[in-house]
Ligand binder design. Sequence first.
Ligand SMILES: Cc1ncc(COP(=O)(O)O)c(C=O)c1O
Length: 488
Amino acid sequence: MPLPAPLPVDLSGVRLDPAQGLARQLYQALRERILDGRLAGGTRLPASRDLAGLLGISRNSVTRAFDQLYAEGYVAGRVGAGTYVAELAAAVRPPPAPASTAPASQALQRLARHHLAAPLEGAPRAFRVGVPAFDLFPFETWARLSARFWRKPSAARLGYGDPAGDGQLRELIAAYLRNSRGLHCEPAQILVTCGAQQAISLCAQLLVEAGDRVAIENPGYRAAAHAFAVAGAQLVGIAVDGEGLDTAALERAGRCRLAYVTPSHQYPSGGTLSLARRLELLDWAERHDGWIVEDDYDGEYRFSGTPLAPLAALDRQGRVLYVGTFCKIAFPALRLGYLVLPPALVEAFSRRRALDMRHSEIGSQAVMAEFIAAGHFQRHIRRMRSAARSRRDALLAGWPQQVPGCAPLPAVEAGLHLCVRVDSLARERELIAAAAAVGVELSALSGYWLAHSAEPVDSRAGLVLGFAAVPEARIAEALQALRQAWGI
Ligand SMILES: Cc1ncc(COP(=O)(O)O)c(C=O)c1O
């Protein structure tokens, strides 16, 4: 049998796997060469018979590949005169150039310095921070409400919706805040967000100019600090103590455009901002023409005493933006939260959100509205609060009497985690590493401080323990493992 004639174009490197669709592979190989310029516009492709012979495949496969290329415009002139690569000047990409050496934009540089660590993978373990008892979530009820909504959604809710969020959900959130927090606001002041984080990020985007100084609790919620830093803010760490943010230190810090605070349960150290300090903070905002972002991320979890009125409920000047979330009552992946805005800011925040993402997905908003309206939400809050309390008790009761270098555990009246001081950074690392070796997660308090904090490193050391993530029996097992790991 005569050897096939050499091809007029270089198709070296085309390797076809006989176990896969041959026409498809040939089509992809030719398309790739056309797009990267190896087969230039105007090049005549070999006749289908020659190509089939050379590649050892049927002519039919070659014809199908050519037909596909022709249909998509990669080749032209099928009839009689042969098959030519189409002139695709705009589409042809040169081979990849070496990575750009252009300087990164300021935004990219800030992100390189301020971003979240990758989330911890897998089901929660003791003592993961920031995770509620989502093993108790009533998924059956949620699935039923969800199926009911999607079986017959009203046409009015399927188009582009209000960027501020679903009207029914906003009404229910306003009613909930009125009853549970004494926060009187209109539904029109509510902006539904993708969790508290997006609410904080919107505040950063809209209230802060590049170079503005922003007061941040130190230690504090680093993800909030990052959001403000990425918006161009200069972060100013303000000390916290058993009563939350030290308002005298805030005064001493000089002019700041905004203060970010967690008054109902300082994150992560656990204090509650006293009434006197709440009033001082509001006064600060008035005198300095500043904003206050009040993050009430776990306000549902108060185990004793009456909660103090939120700053937003005491605000007479329209300076407080209140952040709430469903993610600590339901589960974090729900990504549903809200902002209560001073009326003057509502329009701007809605516009910004519309540009970002139009609005949150309707399904979870509508189902959450039903969940609240039918009373499931309130029931679930009670269940979650009681579970968090028992899990807290399991931790407090089972924690070793004496952990060398570690202060006794504090009383815990609120929230989903506790924080305990450790003598030195070296001891903090040692305790955490030994715990990790037996599968127990402890978070380092030193990781919650702003970079360049004035405090000596050893006084930043401690442990942060989330107690709500797993049931009591698993807490007991983890404590047993810790005792062995720490040799006490
Ligand atoms: C203080 C604080 N604020 C906000 C959030 C974020 O909540 P969300 O999941 O609703 O974005 C967290 C999450 O851990 C938090 O600890």
